[in-house]
Design a protein around this ligand. Structure first.
Ligand SMILES: CC(C)(COP(=O)(O)OP(=O)(O)OC[C@H]1O[C@@H](n2cnc3c(N)ncnc32)[C@H](O)[C@@H]1OP(=O)(O)O)[C@@H](O)C(=O)NCCC(=O)NCCS
Length: 179
């Protein structure tokens, strides 16, 4: 698989010519027609809380500017969803990131995060929530912070008693200083 170049000097919509035997992998912002595929990737991820299909259509349609999808050929194989906090648009809240099993192992989640952050120079802080036991996700954010020269701290987020349905606590990971 050919992974697109992303980073401060790369376009948000990155496309890389693939070698003949490899599918081309692209990262671009989603539109409403991609919401269903985002729902499917979340469903198949094995880890994420699956929201309604309607919610992914809303994300793709109304928040596409702060979401990205990764495509292998024509297939959506990953996405990141999030938004800038309405009260402080310098803070990006990353809601979910997922990569299909077949596309894992290439740090694609980090590339998706690069793509959305690099498209928004006004964003100086990234917040997400991650459960205690989600080691792959924790590693993704640690590595992303390291690669971008940022600092990562963990603070209390959504506590177990906030949830009405026995959901486990979701501590916040806050990454600053990556600009
Ligand atoms: C988290 C996820 C998006 C990462 O996908 P990816 O970009 O392909 O990640 P990679 O396989 O390249 O691994 C990224 C890092 O995590 C590490 N990692 C992967 N699986 C791991 C595991 N089970 N335990 C510990 N570390 C793990 C890798 O070694 C790698 O570390 P490195 O950068 O130091 O080499 C993917 O595993 C996924 O979709 N998981 C389910 C959904 C989810 O949990 N999302 C996050 C919560 S919103």
């Amino acid at each position: 698989m050919t992974i697109p170049e992303t980073g401060p000097n790369a376009p948000a919509t990155a496309d890389t010519a693939s070698r003949a035997d490899e599918p081309t992998l692209t990262i671009r912002r989603p539109d409403v027609s991609d919401g269903g595929a985002m729902w499917r990737v979340a469903r198949d991820s094995g880890e994420l809380d699956l929201n309604s299909s309607y919610a992914y259509l809303l994300l793709a349609d109304h928040f596409g500017d702060t979401c990205r999808i990764a495509l292998m050929g024509d297939d959506v194989v990953g996405f990141v969803s999030g938004y800038r906090l309405p009260a402080d648009p310098t803070r990006y809240f990353l809601w979910q990131v997922a990569v299909d099993e077949r596309a894992r192992g290439h740090r694609l989640a980090g590339r998706l995060i690069d793509a959305v952050i690099d498209a928004h120079p006004e964003v100086t802080s990234l917040t997400t929530t991650v459960t205690e036991d989600n080691q792959s996700s924790r590693r993704v954010f640690q590595r992303w912070a390291e690669q971008r020269g940022g600092t990562l701290r963990e603070v209390t987020g959504f506590e177990a008693h906030h949830f009405p349905d026995g959901h486990e606590a979701e501590p916040l990971l806050v990454i600053d200083g990556f600009r």
